[in-house]
Write a protein that binds this ligand. Structure first.
Ligand SMILES: NC(=O)c1ccc[n+]([C@@H]2O[C@H](COP(=O)([O-])OP(=O)(O)OC[C@H]3O[C@@H](n4cnc5c(N)ncnc54)[C@H](O)[C@@H]3O)[C@@H](O)[C@H]2O)c1
Length: 200
Protein backbone atom coordinates (compact mmCIF):
# COMPACT_ATOMS: atom_id res chain seq x y z
CA UNK A 1 0.00 0.00 0.00
CA UNK A 2 1.33 3.45 -0.91
CA UNK A 3 1.29 5.76 2.08
CA UNK A 4 0.53 9.01 0.21
CA UNK A 5 -3.09 10.18 0.72
CA UNK A 6 -3.95 7.22 2.95
CA UNK A 7 -5.85 7.77 6.22
CA UNK A 8 -4.22 6.31 9.33
CA UNK A 9 -5.65 5.94 12.85
CA UNK A 10 -3.03 5.72 15.63
CA UNK A 11 -3.55 5.23 19.35
CA UNK A 12 -0.91 6.36 21.85
CA UNK A 13 0.19 8.96 19.29
CA UNK A 14 1.11 11.87 21.58
CA UNK A 15 4.57 10.61 22.63
CA UNK A 16 7.30 8.08 21.93
CA UNK A 17 7.01 5.64 19.03
CA UNK A 18 3.43 6.69 18.27
CA UNK A 19 4.32 10.39 17.91
CA UNK A 20 7.31 9.57 15.70
CA UNK A 21 5.09 7.40 13.53
CA UNK A 22 2.47 10.18 13.24
CA UNK A 23 5.19 12.59 11.99
CA UNK A 24 6.77 10.08 9.61
CA UNK A 25 3.42 9.20 8.01
CA UNK A 26 2.39 12.84 7.57
CA UNK A 27 5.78 13.67 6.06
CA UNK A 28 5.09 10.83 3.60
CA UNK A 29 1.75 12.38 2.58
CA UNK A 30 -0.74 10.52 4.80
CA UNK A 31 -3.60 11.98 6.84
CA UNK A 32 -3.51 10.91 10.47
CA UNK A 33 -6.13 10.81 13.23
CA UNK A 34 -4.40 10.03 16.48
CA UNK A 35 -5.70 9.47 19.98
CA UNK A 36 -4.08 9.52 23.39
CA UNK A 37 -4.82 10.28 27.04
CA UNK A 38 -2.11 12.98 26.99
CA UNK A 39 -4.15 15.85 25.56
CA UNK A 40 -1.55 18.57 25.98
CA UNK A 41 1.17 16.85 23.92
CA UNK A 42 -1.41 15.55 21.42
CA UNK A 43 -2.92 18.95 20.70
CA UNK A 44 0.53 20.53 20.43
CA UNK A 45 1.74 17.87 17.99
CA UNK A 46 -1.39 18.18 15.79
CA UNK A 47 -1.02 21.97 15.72
CA UNK A 48 2.65 21.76 14.70
CA UNK A 49 1.92 19.23 11.95
CA UNK A 50 -1.06 21.17 10.55
CA UNK A 51 1.11 24.27 10.30
CA UNK A 52 3.57 22.38 8.11
CA UNK A 53 1.05 20.18 6.25
CA UNK A 54 -2.39 21.81 6.14
CA UNK A 55 -5.32 19.65 7.41
CA UNK A 56 -3.11 16.58 7.78
CA UNK A 57 -3.74 15.67 11.44
CA UNK A 58 -6.45 15.56 14.05
CA UNK A 59 -5.98 14.77 17.71
CA UNK A 60 -8.83 13.12 19.62
CA UNK A 61 -8.70 12.46 23.37
CA UNK A 62 -8.93 8.67 23.57
CA UNK A 63 -8.30 6.22 26.38
CA UNK A 64 -7.92 2.83 24.67
CA UNK A 65 -9.34 1.05 27.70
CA UNK A 66 -12.70 2.72 27.03
CA UNK A 67 -14.44 1.19 24.01
CA UNK A 68 -16.63 4.26 23.43
CA UNK A 69 -13.66 6.62 23.31
CA UNK A 70 -11.89 4.21 20.97
CA UNK A 71 -14.93 4.07 18.67
CA UNK A 72 -15.19 7.85 18.80
CA UNK A 73 -11.62 8.16 17.47
CA UNK A 74 -12.61 6.11 14.42
CA UNK A 75 -15.82 8.09 13.91
CA UNK A 76 -13.93 11.39 14.10
CA UNK A 77 -11.30 10.08 11.67
CA UNK A 78 -13.99 9.00 9.21
CA UNK A 79 -15.91 12.27 9.60
CA UNK A 80 -12.79 14.37 8.98
CA UNK A 81 -11.01 12.35 6.30
CA UNK A 82 -13.86 10.29 4.78
CA UNK A 83 -12.25 6.86 5.14
CA UNK A 84 -9.68 4.81 7.08
CA UNK A 85 -6.91 2.72 5.50
CA UNK A 86 -4.51 1.86 8.32
CA UNK A 87 -4.97 1.28 12.01
CA UNK A 88 -2.14 1.00 14.50
CA UNK A 89 -0.83 0.37 17.27
CA UNK A 90 -1.99 -1.00 20.62
CA UNK A 91 -2.43 -4.69 21.10
CA UNK A 92 -6.15 -4.90 21.74
CA UNK A 93 -8.33 -7.69 20.37
CA UNK A 94 -11.53 -5.69 20.58
CA UNK A 95 -9.72 -2.73 19.03
CA UNK A 96 -8.66 -4.90 16.11
CA UNK A 97 -12.24 -6.05 15.58
CA UNK A 98 -13.44 -2.43 15.50
CA UNK A 99 -10.60 -1.57 13.12
CA UNK A 100 -11.61 -4.37 10.75
CA UNK A 101 -15.20 -3.05 10.59
CA UNK A 102 -14.07 0.44 9.57
CA UNK A 103 -11.39 -0.74 7.12
CA UNK A 104 -13.81 -3.15 5.42
CA UNK A 105 -16.12 -0.28 4.42
CA UNK A 106 -13.54 0.85 1.87
CA UNK A 107 -12.26 -2.51 0.68
CA UNK A 108 -9.66 -3.34 3.37
CA UNK A 109 -6.44 -1.87 4.67
CA UNK A 110 -3.61 -2.50 7.12
CA UNK A 111 -3.80 -3.18 10.87
CA UNK A 112 -0.63 -3.10 12.97
CA UNK A 113 -0.56 -4.02 16.65
CA UNK A 114 2.48 -3.26 18.77
CA UNK A 115 3.77 -5.99 21.06
CA UNK A 116 7.07 -6.28 22.91
CA UNK A 117 9.88 -8.82 23.10
CA UNK A 118 9.18 -8.81 26.85
CA UNK A 119 5.97 -10.59 26.02
CA UNK A 120 7.87 -13.33 24.17
CA UNK A 121 10.83 -13.63 26.55
CA UNK A 122 9.57 -12.57 29.99
CA UNK A 123 11.94 -10.04 31.46
CA UNK A 124 12.72 -10.53 35.14
CA UNK A 125 13.31 -6.82 35.83
CA UNK A 126 9.92 -5.82 34.48
CA UNK A 127 7.52 -8.62 35.41
CA UNK A 128 4.30 -6.61 35.14
CA UNK A 129 5.25 -5.15 31.77
CA UNK A 130 6.33 -8.60 30.56
CA UNK A 131 3.04 -10.10 31.62
CA UNK A 132 1.12 -7.45 29.71
CA UNK A 133 3.09 -7.80 26.74
CA UNK A 134 12.54 -3.56 25.32
CA UNK A 135 14.41 -1.03 24.43
CA UNK A 136 13.58 2.11 22.57
CA UNK A 137 14.41 5.15 24.69
CA UNK A 138 10.96 6.68 24.72
CA UNK A 139 9.38 8.51 27.72
CA UNK A 140 8.09 5.13 28.93
CA UNK A 141 11.57 3.53 29.05
CA UNK A 142 13.23 6.66 30.49
CA UNK A 143 10.68 6.71 33.33
CA UNK A 144 11.19 2.99 34.01
CA UNK A 145 14.99 3.48 34.08
CA UNK A 146 14.63 6.26 36.63
CA UNK A 147 12.32 4.25 38.85
CA UNK A 148 14.03 0.87 38.63
CA UNK A 149 17.86 0.60 38.85
CA UNK A 150 17.78 -3.04 37.68
CA UNK A 151 15.84 -2.04 34.57
CA UNK A 152 18.34 0.78 33.96
CA UNK A 153 21.26 -1.67 34.31
CA UNK A 154 19.80 -4.09 31.74
CA UNK A 155 19.10 -1.26 29.28
CA UNK A 156 22.68 0.03 29.72
CA UNK A 157 24.11 -3.43 29.14
CA UNK A 158 22.02 -4.31 26.09
CA UNK A 159 21.56 -0.85 24.55
CA UNK A 160 18.53 0.46 22.73
CA UNK A 161 17.15 0.75 19.23
CA UNK A 162 16.41 4.16 17.73
CA UNK A 163 12.77 5.19 17.26
CA UNK A 164 13.51 5.53 13.53
CA UNK A 165 14.46 1.87 13.30
CA UNK A 166 11.16 0.85 14.88
CA UNK A 167 9.05 3.29 12.84
CA UNK A 168 10.75 2.06 9.63
CA UNK A 169 9.37 -1.40 10.41
CA UNK A 170 5.83 0.07 10.65
CA UNK A 171 6.31 1.79 7.27
CA UNK A 172 7.59 -1.48 5.76
CA UNK A 173 4.46 -3.30 6.96
CA UNK A 174 2.14 -0.65 5.49
CA UNK A 175 3.93 -0.52 2.14
CA UNK A 176 4.38 -4.26 1.54
CA UNK A 177 1.13 -6.00 0.72
CA UNK A 178 2.74 -9.46 0.86
CA UNK A 179 2.69 -9.17 4.67
CA UNK A 180 -0.53 -10.74 5.79
CA UNK A 181 -1.22 -11.81 9.40
CA UNK A 182 2.55 -11.66 9.95
CA UNK A 183 4.67 -10.86 12.99
CA UNK A 184 7.60 -8.51 12.35
CA UNK A 185 10.39 -8.59 14.92
CA UNK A 186 12.75 -5.62 15.34
CA UNK A 187 16.00 -6.18 17.25
CA UNK A 188 19.49 -4.68 17.19
CA UNK A 189 20.93 -7.65 15.32
CA UNK A 190 18.06 -7.87 12.85
CA UNK A 191 16.14 -4.67 12.19
CA UNK A 192 13.38 -6.36 10.27
CA UNK A 193 12.64 -10.03 10.60
CA UNK A 194 9.34 -11.50 9.46
CA UNK A 195 8.66 -14.46 11.74
CA UNK A 196 7.37 -17.69 10.17
CA UNK A 197 3.60 -17.89 10.48
CA UNK A 198 2.48 -19.94 13.45
CA UNK A 199 0.25 -22.91 12.82
CA UNK A 200 -2.99 -22.41 14.79
N1 LIG B 1 10.01 1.75 24.05
C1 LIG B 1 10.29 0.47 23.93
O1 LIG B 1 11.43 0.05 24.11
C2 LIG B 1 9.23 -0.52 23.52
C3 LIG B 1 9.63 -1.82 23.23
C4 LIG B 1 8.69 -2.76 22.86
C5 LIG B 1 7.36 -2.42 22.77
N2 LIG B 1 6.97 -1.14 23.07
C6 LIG B 1 5.55 -0.86 22.98
O2 LIG B 1 5.34 0.24 22.10
C7 LIG B 1 4.22 1.00 22.54
C8 LIG B 1 4.63 2.46 22.70
O3 LIG B 1 5.69 2.53 23.60
P1 LIG B 1 6.53 3.87 23.85
O4 LIG B 1 7.85 3.43 24.34
O5 LIG B 1 6.44 4.76 22.65
O6 LIG B 1 5.73 4.49 25.09
P2 LIG B 1 5.52 6.03 25.55
O7 LIG B 1 5.19 5.96 26.99
O8 LIG B 1 6.67 6.87 25.11
O9 LIG B 1 4.23 6.46 24.72
C9 LIG B 1 3.01 5.80 24.94
C10 LIG B 1 1.86 6.75 24.65
O10 LIG B 1 0.66 6.04 24.94
C11 LIG B 1 -0.21 6.88 25.70
N3 LIG B 1 -1.10 6.07 26.50
C12 LIG B 1 -0.85 5.41 27.66
N4 LIG B 1 -1.96 4.82 28.10
C13 LIG B 1 -2.93 5.09 27.20
C14 LIG B 1 -4.31 4.77 27.12
N5 LIG B 1 -4.90 4.05 28.06
N6 LIG B 1 -5.02 5.21 26.05
C15 LIG B 1 -4.42 5.96 25.09
N7 LIG B 1 -3.13 6.32 25.12
C16 LIG B 1 -2.39 5.88 26.16
C17 LIG B 1 0.73 7.74 26.54
O11 LIG B 1 0.07 8.93 26.98
C18 LIG B 1 1.85 8.01 25.54
O12 LIG B 1 1.58 9.14 24.74
C19 LIG B 1 3.74 0.35 23.84
O13 LIG B 1 2.69 -0.53 23.53
C20 LIG B 1 4.97 -0.43 24.32
O14 LIG B 1 4.62 -1.52 25.11
C21 LIG B 1 7.89 -0.19 23.42
Amino acid sequence: MRIKDKVVVITGGSNGIGAHLVKTLINSGAKVAFGDIDQESGKKLAEELNKEHKDSAIFVRCDVTDKNQYLNLFLEAEKTFGRIDVRTKYLLIEGTQIGIKFLKKHGGGVIINTASMSGVNPWYVAPVYSAAKSGVKTPMVKKAMKENPNFAEVIKRHGTLSINEVVNAFIHVIENDYLYADVVKVTQTNLLEVLPKMKL
